[in-house]
Design a protein around this ligand. Structure first.
Ligand code: MN
Length: 475
């Protein structure tokens, strides 16, 4: 056993937590480095906030003072690049997936605290849109949605918690429509509903980047994702008990909605603009009744624009981490994986292998397709191809792949219901083996390169061409 990170031996120095362990600290780091933009005061909550956040996407987080005249500011775009996630976790980008996976394997139990910041202000009279600036994002969204709310549930008998982000439609003063895909939140709820009971929940808005990432971990049911956040920060995450239930929430959160998932109640929810850049349809879905709202003094409301880079990457990076570790268990030749943006960070997986035997790439394709039903197309490449660069992957397909020999197609499989080309989620899988055959002459697949090119100090060897450039050439 190694020492518990939250209880170091006497005299040991505890390393400072990564900068991503605090939401306000992270936003300030973004500001100091030119990556936080202030919107003009009073941006419209309907499309205005989402539009400006999207325009700055990829380069800057956005903070909106008095959105729609509301006193609570909105922030968006906390994690817009893979490099930002590595920075928030305080690891080099090359270690991002391995560090995340390690945190999943070695969770750190949370630490209970009293008098938490998230309960500085308490409202028992709930009127969601009066209390909070909840934006409407895409054109055909049904209305205002809470999109960055961590839905925390607690098993009433075991006390085990689950954390996940579900889209939450504002359906009334104290009512939210929730899309619960068939994962852990739904399993917790179904057990209670079968016994005729509601399930206590908390919706936590405005958490640190590490907790945000941890909420997306693909770990078995019974694993409290908050403990993965503790592992990422290197010390126990401070949590506190809700005022009206036993659910434990991150103590430093900006805003907490306390409530219940209602047994035997379904109401219309949707449409809502989702990660594949299409709308999730309107249907009868689960309902949360909000019974209390607590928040910090002067809280910040975090929103994730549906289908934005923040939305895609938050789901994508934890998935990459579990693909890498799952594949490596069966295939030690796997070196790296990537879920590309064009594939909505869900459907297109590129896998890099250090190929040792013929046929291996096709086994990797079959293995990858079995890890998660969302993956639709898998491309396997050699170690000289950067899987994080879609142009490199396309080049490998263009020059190393023959469709009659290297293509794998499996019909009638389970896919993503949000992929509109499937029939209710049923569709085909495809694998492309873009690796070099082992038995060809070495020169056939040797990539061209200019010797010494990468070592040249371009700046010291060049200058911008001046006005008299033609004369200078013959001087
Ligand atoms: Mn879970």
């Amino acid at each position: 056993m190694t020492a518990h990170p939250s209880a170091p031996p006497a005299g040991a120095t505890v390393p400072a937590p990564p900068v991503g362990a605090s939401m306000r600290g992270w936003l300030d780091q973004l500001r100091r480095t030119g990556r936080l933009t202030l919107g003009s005061p009073g941006m419209d909550l309907v499309h205005g906030v989402a539009g400006l956040a999207n325009r700055l996407e990829g380069t800057s987080a956005t903070a909106f003072p008095r959105p729609g005249g509301h006193p609570v500011p909105v922030v968006s775009g906390l994690l817009l690049q893979r490099a930002w996630m590595a920075e928030a976790m305080d690891v080099p980008q090359s270690e991002l997936l391995r560090r995340f996976e390690q945190a999943c394997l070695e969770p750190v139990p949370s630490r209970e605290v009293t008098d938490p910041p998230c309960q500085q202000v308490v409202h028992h009279e709930v009127d969601l849109t009066r209390l909070l600036p909840i934006p409407t994002h895409n054109e055909h969204d049904r209305g205002a949605y809470i999109t960055a709310g961590l839905l925390i549930t607690r098993h009433p008998d075991t006390g085990v918690q689950n954390v996940a982000i579900h889209r939450l439609q504002v359906s009334g003063r104290d009512r939210l429509g929730a899309l619960l895909l068939p994962r852990h939140t739904l399993a917790f709820f179904q057990e209670q509903e079968a016994a005729g009971r509601d399930l206590d929940v908390a919706v936590v808005i405005g958490v640190d980047p590490l907790t945000l990432l941890a909420s997306q971990a693909i770990v078995p049911i019974g694993h409290d994702e908050l403990e993965i956040s503790g592992a990422l920060r290197g010390s126990a995450l401070p949590v506190t008990r809700c005022l009206t239930s036993d659910v434990r929430v991150p103590a430093d959160a900006e805003i907490v909605l306390e409530g219940r998932l209602l047994a035997d109640v379904r109401e219309a929810e949707g449409p809502f603009g989702e990660f594949p850049q299409y709308y999730g349809e309107r249907a009868l879905r689960h309902v949360i009744e909000v019974t209390a709202v607590t928040h910090r003094r002067r809280p910040l409301f975090h929103t994730i624009v549906g289908g934005s880079m923040e939305h895609l990457l938050l789901g994508g990076i934890p998935r990459e981490a579990s693909f890498l570790s799952d594949l490596r268990r069966s295939f030690p030749s796997v070196r790296d994986v990537h879920l590309s943006r064009g594939g909505t960070c869900r459907y297109h997986l590129a896998v890099q292998i250090d190929k040792r035997s013929e046929g291996e790439a096709k086994n990797v394709i079959l293995g990858a397709l079995a890890v998660h039903y969302d993956v639709k197309h898998v491309t396997v490449v050699d170690t000289d191809v950067d899987v994080h660069n879609p142009t490199e992957v396309e080049w490998a397909v263009a020059t190393r792949f023959q469709a009659d020999r290297d293509l794998v197609v499996v019909a009638g499989t389970q896919g993503s219901k949000l992929d509109p080309s499937t029939v209710d989620g049923v569709g085909a899988k495809m694998g492309l083996d873009a690796t070099v055959p082992l038995s060809v002459p070495e020169m056939t697949f040797t990539r061209i390169r200019v010797p010494g090119e990468l070592e040249l100090d371009v700046e010291s060897l060049t200058e911008p061409a001046p006005a008299d450039w033609l004369e200078r050439l013959s001087r």
